[in-house]
Design a protein around this ligand. Sequence first.
Ligand code: GLN
Length: 521
Amino acid sequence: MSDLVELTATDLLERFRTGQLRAVELVEACLEQIRRYDSHIGAFLQVDAEEALAQAAQIDRRRQAGEPLGSLAGIPVAIKDNLCTQGVPTTCGSRMLADFRPPYDATVIQRLKSADAILLGRTNMDEFAMGGSTETSAFQKTRNPWDLERIPGGSSGGSAACVAARMTPLAVGTDTGGSIRQPAALCGVVGLKPTYGRVSRYGLVAFASSLDQIGPLARSVEDAALLLEVLAGHDPKDSTSVPTPVPPYSKTVGQKLPDLRIGIVPEHYTEGLDAEVAQAVQEAVKLYRSLGATVREVHLPHSKYAVAAYYIIAPSEASSNLARYDGVHFGYRTPEQAMRAQLEAEQAALRRAGNQAALEELDSPLVRMFRQTRSEGFGPEVKRRIMLGTYALSAGYYEAYYLKALKVRRLIRQDFDQAFQQVDIILGPVTPAPAFRLGEKIHDPLAMYLFDLYTVVTNLAGICGISIPCGFSRQGLPIGLHLQAPPFEEERLLRAAAMFQQATQWHRHRPPLEELVVSGT
Ligand code: GLN
């Protein structure tokens, strides 16, 4: 394996700058890594090798000619497959969008292009980002690089596995209820969910619009800062994006926070929390103390309702957002001839039986087209969410479910506002346990949903959070540390995370890729 793929984007940029490395060499090394390992891991839905090499060659030429280049010039970045990219299949892990090629770029894609990043390919994800294991993808399974029998987390599982397996130094993910931080934790990389409004959602295929955010995955906090700096910023095309200036995260990330006040939350340490995860988090608290931070308890009394509120609000928004997949506007449409033939056969049978009443009841071709398109285009988890959401929003239930969940959401935000009057950062676990086995929870939606217990609060409150590596289980599975900060305090979040990283070696551990592949597991 080439050492190049081990380097962080920050180090790679330094090598470009000093002329020790060319972008083409780096892209070739990444492609070789993908060739070697991705048939085992399944992080990518599509690799754009030719395009990436051509772009790298162009960047090398421009660099040689002394032309000004963007801040990520020559760095390969993998993109979650729900970010619209002009002319490039953007499937959302769904049969519904299997052949969808957007006519425009998402704002974050445009920003990456203007930063001269190299878009190396599209990563696998749970269908429409609904899930926490990447198993609901309509196309393939993604495996955890630390143990191929286990899930990489989700829904940005492809992006996390790709970065962990050294296929690209950086990847972009999206987080509606934990989908960046949870796979980052389970794959032993860094993942940051920005504050709602920090990064433009224009061109992100919507799941739950009041919760969705786009953010970076990387192998170091500095690299996450570098990528966030490119992604963040106001965008007139997204009315929820905020015109707050973007601090130079990559410049300030190394600065220590002198009087850091850390909050720990007794409610986090409940029965469901794995002992090894709890211990790793407690060790992290000790470490922060030794670095001069003060630690105190804060309470988030309404967090216990967060999963329930999230699984009303997110499906409600999803049921509305996904109404557009009707076989007319976007994506898949059921084969029409087969549908008409079926209708004619049913009509003929009813006519023969003289059943005029039933004949009149038959759905029109249009209604059949909608129904069949949606039954065939969506997978079971997406259908479950649409049904949940439609139910929660329907007359008579709206107040009991949806409105109630919104009230809980407000109380959760108030808990955080109060806690952040006493502390700068709230620290806790990202997941209740390390990565579970493929297939372990896929038939138990409730168990899958409960795994989101520590991450959904961040999205409901609209604040920012990061997962950084903080240890390993006895079985060698990565454990993530969750830091959360008030709205638009990503800079503080990154600096606090970098303090931990500088004092530890967890982020340097690498998955045993060669062994896994040789033993054929
Ligand atoms: N696991 C959560 C869900 O299934 C979060 C998904 C996400 O953040 N996109 O909804």
